[in-house]
Design a binder for this molecule. Structure first.
Ligand code: CP3
Length: 346
């Protein structure tokens, strides 16, 4: 929280996207007895799983365990998590299907109707995590949620959603509009429940050209950030594959950007100036290198951001499910030992 407010500290804080997950043996243990959906929607389990990486590594933030896709599910889109990832059973391709979506009853605990479980989990986390560490909430951004809803089973190219963008732009805008209204209410409830800051995941908006991004993603992000800003809670925006979008992302109104691994973070800082918070951006696949190499790459990223008071250490995307635990240990220990006044390699 100090870093997002630009308060100078000896080292940047560190957390990693998807920090709770399959790379952890203690997560696997719970996963053997419960489905992913059960884990997310049973606050007692979700809280335990959220705390596992925090306890093991000493991260500076806890992100609540849940998924971005539960919001559209609560709006009436049947969802299944399979071995190959999430699937919406009835992809939305026509105006009349989109009109059938309803507003979620966000506080309801039944996942087919609402998101009450994550609000409960946030309350419990904020009550149990020491106040020096942050509790983070999150949501999917309208474009990324729409991409899943339209594709059903999302593939990397996003062809169907981009086709709809051109064939029936008004239909897509109608869907984005409904998702925006729900997401605003959802994030306000998360802040009320105890989230110190919230991250908006627009993972797939990086597929868009700058012009399409400015039509179909940016205006909705702006509405969401402007609504959350009124609560005083800082906001972070993540878009994967975003080098061409950086200048536009800076117009989103987010307090900070979570930057993917494709560009040197120090270059992003030079491009965007010192006012915006930056988070990132080690390539998650770098964690498959030997621990000594992980330490070296972590150190060099830290050195490249030395003296930057608006910096949060993270990966450039979620951690891979088969990542060696020793790599995460090496990463976190390197950040924790780093000190702005110590000798540096760079
Ligand atoms: O960061 C965190 O630890 C918080 C929890 C979190 C999850 N998903 C848990 C999860 C967050 C913030 C998300 C966001 C999310 N979910 C995004 C945006 C960020 C990104 O990674 O791009 C997206 C696109 C989704 C949709 C989703 N959920 C996919 C594509 C998958 C399958 C991929 C995979 O890793 O298996 C999920 C499932 C999911 N969500 C898992 C976790 C821990 C894996 C579930 C398991 O253990 O089986």
């Amino acid at each position: 929280m100090r870093a997002v407010r630009g308060v100078s500290q000896d080292r940047p804080p560190v957390w990693i996207m998807r920090q709770a997950g399959r790379y952890l043996p203690e997560y696997q243990e719970i996963k053997r007895q419960h489905s992913f959906v059960e884990m997310c929607t049973t606050p007692e389990i979700a809280v335990e799983v959220s705390l596992q990486p925090y306890r093991r590594f000493g991260f500076d933030a806890v992100i609540v365990f849940y998924d971005i896709l539960f919001v559209p599910e609560a709006m009436g889109a049947p969802l299944q998590f399979t071995e190959k990832g999430p699937v919406f059973l009835r992809p939305l391709r026509e105006a009349r299907e989109i009109e059938k979506l309803h507003s979620p009853d966000l506080e309801a605990t039944d996942p087919q109707r609402g998101t009450g479980a994550v609000l409960e989990s946030l309350k419990a986390l904020r009550a149990n995590v020491p106040s020096k560490d942050a509790v983070l909430g999150f949501a999917g951004a309208p474009f990324t949620l729409a991409a899943y809803l339209v594709e059903g089973n999302f593939q990397r190219s996003g062809e169907r959603v981009r086709r709809m963008m051109n064939e029936e732009p008004d239909v897509l805008h109608a869907l984005l509009e409904r998702l925006t209204v729900a997401t605003v209410d959802y994030l306000l409830l998360q802040v009320e429940a105890g989230a110190d800051a919230v991250q908006l995941f627009d993972t797939w908006a990086g597929l868009l050209s700058v012009d399409d991004f400015r039509d179909f993603a940016l205006p909705y992000q702006q509405r969401i950030f402007s609504a959350v800003r009124a609560t005083g809670a800082p906001t972070i925006l993540y878009v994967n594959g975003s080098p061409h979008l950086l200048a536009s992302l800076a117009e989103s109104g987010a307090t900070g950007l979570s930057v993917d691994w494709r560009q040197p973070l120090a270059d992003v800082r030079r491009l965007l100036g010192s006012g915006i918070v930056l988070q990132g951006n080690l390539d998650p696949l770098k964690l498959f290198s030997p621990p000594a190499k992980v330490r070296e790459m972590t150190q060099s990223l830290l050195d490249s951001m030395a003296g930057d008071s608006r910096y949060v250490f993270n990966l450039g995307h979620g951690i891979h499910r088969e990542t060696p635990v020793e790599s995460v240990e090496a990463l976190v220990a390197t950040v924790q030992a780093w000190n702005k006044t110590a000798n540096r390699s760079g």
